[in-house]
Structures are given as C-alpha cells and as structure tokens.
Write a protein that binds this ligand. Structure first.
Ligand code: BTN
Length: 255
C-alpha cells in the first residue's frame, strides 16, 4: 500500500475536500476502516489505482484491474443510515456516467447499468468507532478497463466506459466530477427531506415498471417493481396485486 498523492479541493462543502491517492490497496473500504482509528476529516476520499481484494455487495468480489476507478468516502451522518446513503449515492454515479456519455440508469438498489450491463457498483458500510457512527461508501466504476480484463463470469453482464464511449476520460477527471456530485447529494441529504431524494432516486431507477424476481432469506417473489418506499425499499406488486417490500437479497429482471 503506497500513497502516491494527496489533493485538496477547498471549494467542496464536505465530500472530497481531501483525496488520498494510493497505487494499490486490498480494498479502499478496508483501508478506510483501518484509518478510522485516527480522527479523520469527514468527507475524506481514499482512491486506489487497483485493488487486490476489492469487495462487492453480498460477499461478492469486485474485480479491480488497473484502469478502473476505485474509491471510498468516509462520512459521519447523524442517523445510522448506511444503507439509504448507499442507495442515494447511486444518483451522482449515474449523473457522472451520463455526463461522460453513458446514458446509465440504476438497477435497484445501486448498480449503475447501461443496456442491461453493469458499469459501476456501490458498497456502503456502517461502522462504529468509539461511539461514533461512520459510513464508508465504496464506489467502483469500470472506466478505462477492457472488458476482457474482467473475470469471464462477469464479462457477459458488465460493460466499461472505454467500451461505450470513444473519447478517453481520465480517472482523475471522472473522479473530480463525481465527487462534486456526491458532495451536492450529501449536502442535500443533510439539509432536505429524504422524500425529495427518494423521488430523485426513483426517477433514475430503471427497475421500476419491470417484472422482477426478488430472492431473500425468506424465499422469492415475482411481480412488477412498482415504487420506492420512503425507507428506500423496493415495492413489488405480485400477480395477486399484493405489495411486498424488498431491501436486501438478489434481484433479477425477468421477461
Ligand atoms: C457491488 O456492486 O457489489 C459493489 C461494488 C463496490 C466496489 C467498490 S471499489 C471501491 C470500494 N472498495 C471495495 O472493496 N469495494 C468498493
């Protein structure tokens, strides 16, 4: 683990005022957790050029070859809202992808998807350190990665910025834009009613209206993704018109 740079952007409100750049770490989320012992400033970003043990949601791995963008943001929200923050951070991720030419949408809860292929993922974790609740929002974007550098089992369902856009976009440029968007989102999160953000999220969520099968520890249901509840749950209407709330588990779009 080698720190190769440090950047400051004092014009930002909170997120990304300081960025620490590493050449290589196991996982930026894990690095964040290790560093939490020190009194780190809220909004600090840890960015790595590659990860040897990148992690995804639900215990999956996140392939992190060079060329991709991998970073974590350390936040200290008042309420213990790691999960909802992870949901809402999908909004700036999609905005950044669109800004750079990929008209992505959000597959519930927070996969950025373009033409049914995943291009970015978010892993948000809540951690306590000496009574202080921290949220680590880890984001991985397949920016300058060739599809064949990703594991064979994900190639069929993944895509990359490089593959979709002809123009070269440097990672620092993408990160800069994305951090501005996350900074805005987080200040709205702190200052406005969550309903407004949920509406915003709903507008970007391309799962709504689709037929889905949701599998949780309690079993699986199939129906139409109908709405996002105020708690961030996906409301699924089954074939008998009964509504179900889905939060954690696996979600498949079905024909
Ligand atoms: C997912 O879609 O399953 C979430 C993927 C999250 C990947 C990012 S890359 C930076 C941060 N460090 C990790 O180990 N994971 C997240």
């Amino acid at each position: 683990m080698l720190k190769i740079g440090e950047f400051h952007e004092p014009n930002r409100k909170l997120v990304g005022r300081t960025v620490w750049h590493y050449d290589h770490v196991e996982s930026t989320n894990e690095t964040a957790k290790e560093l939490l012992e020190e009194d780190l400033e809220e909004g600090l970003v840890l960015w790595a050029d590659r990860q040897s043990a990148g992690r995804g949601r639900q215990g999956r791995a996140w392939a992190s070859p060079p060329g991709g963008l991998y970073f974590s943001v350390i936040l200290r929200p008042k309420e213990t809202h790691a999960w909802i923050l992870g949901l809402l951070v999908g909004i700036p991720v999609v905005k950044a992808l669109r800004h750079f030419g990929v008209f992505a949408g959000l597959k519930y809860p927070n996969d950025a998807v373009y033409q049914d292929r995943k291009i970015a993922g978010i892993l948000s974790e809540g951690v306590y350190r000496r009574d202080t609740y921290h949220v680590i929002v880890g984001i991985g974007v397949n920016t300058n990665v060739d599809l064949d550098r990703l594991p064979p089992d994900v190639q069929a369902t993944a895509t990359t910025l490089k593959r979709e856009v002809n123009l070269f976009v440097a990672n620092d440029e993408f990160l800069d834009y994305l951090l501005n968007q996350i900074d805005d989102l987080y200040s709205r999160y702190r200052n406005t009613r969550i309903e407004f953000l949920i509406k915003d999220y709903r507008g970007q969520c391309t799962t709504i209206g689709k037929r889905v099968t949701a599998t949780t520890s309690k079993g699986s249901i199939t129906g139409r993704a109908y709405d996002i509840a105020l708690n961030g749950a996906l409301i699924i209407m089954d074939d008998a018109n009964a509504k179900h709330e889905f939060v954690e588990g696996s979600l498949k779009i079905v024909p």
